[in-house]
Every structure is written in structure tokens, then in C-alpha cells.
Design a protein around this ligand. Sequence first.
Ligand code: ADE
Length: 228
Amino acid sequence: MPLTIDLITLFPRMLDGFLAESILGKGICANLLDVRVHDLRQWTTDKHRTADDRPFGGGAGMVLKPEPVFAAMEQLQTPGCRRIYLTPDGAPLSPAVAEELSRQRHIIFLSGHYEGIDQRIRDAVIDQEISIGDYVLTNGTLAAAVVIDALSRFIPGVLGEEKSLTHESFTGKLLDFPQYTRPAEFRGMSVPEVLLSGDHGKIEKWRHAQCLEKTRKVRPDLLKHQQS
Ligand code: ADE
């Protein structure tokens, strides 16, 4: 059974290229995941297709109205499905969060807009709130794409080789080592000798040292959480 993902957004065309291309597109073709993008406005009922309104209590910006979102959820949700709202004030996305989501059968993402959404949506039809980082996007649609991409990599068969997942940054809490391919010499820049040596023990040691050095330079905060 493929993982079914519904995405409710005011900007459905934003993800056309993203869903068609690359590894994710292949996963969709291979029936490993089924992503459906929905225009929230199809659940509006007035002639202007209004999805937002001014905030009670005053303040700048507009707030997503409850009626179309409730109608969308009621039509799309299935028993046990996970309903997720993308928001900068949600819990941070992590590999563990992505992995847990990859094991679901059905996920509904709601992309937020403007100054926010009516709190009753969050209280009644949202199970989980996710942020992709401490910055504010103009809407949550790209954030949903990031979460979909991150979780899809944990679905067996989406990545060509299973091992390419385990060797990567963050899974071992260190940043990645540098990679090289042919030619061994390019415009006067040569590949480190050790990688051409064929000595796998030496290569492993070198790579580990590179990981540590890179992490120390770029993300010293990760080293504080290391066991050894
Ligand atoms: N919507 C706007 N900014 C966001 C963020 N950083 N994460 C998730 N959803 C968002």
C-alpha cells in the first residue's frame, strides 16, 4: 500500500515541478507514495471564494477561515490519518520526525497563509504542527514539500540504494565527509591520495576525521551531543 499524502493549499501549482521531478517523482511513479494536491478554495462557498478574513481583536494581516478547512478535512480524512499543519511555531522537523511520518498510511498537510489560521482549526482538526526552521516563509506549501521530501527518503524503495541513507549527515549526528569522483586530477586539483589507495581501513579513518573536522567548523553544537 503506498503512503497517501493530501496537501491542502491556496497555491496548488507551486508543487507541480517538485512532484514530477527526480527521486520523488520516481517514487510517485513506482506507486510508493501517492501525493494529491488540493486547492483550498474548492471548499469555499461564496462567489469570491473567500478563504481568509480579518482577525478578531484587530491587528495586521488576514486569518484563514475555519469553514473551508473543516470542510476539506471532513472530506479527505480517513480513520487514523495524521493531520499536520505547517507553521513556524510548530515542533522542529528532524530525521526522527520524518522517519515516523514515513511509516504512516495517510497524511494530510495543511499549508498556512497570511498571519495565521483560526485557532479552532488547530484545536479541532490538526494532530501535529511542524516547523522546518526558524525563519518565516510566505506560506507553508514549500515547507510541506520539504517534509514530504524528507519523509519519502525513509520509504523503502524510494532511494535506489538503502545504504545511501545510513551514510549521510545527521543520521550519525556528524556532518558528511567530502566525496570525489573521476577524474583523479582536474584543473590542477587532485583527489586525496588515501581515496585512491584501496585501503578501506585507512579510508574509513580518513572519512571519520573529515566528518569531525567539518562538524567542528560548521556545527559545533552537534558535537556536544556526541556520546564518544
Ligand atoms: N510556514 C511559514 N514558515 C514556515 C516554517 N518555517 N516552517 C513551516 N511552515 C511555515
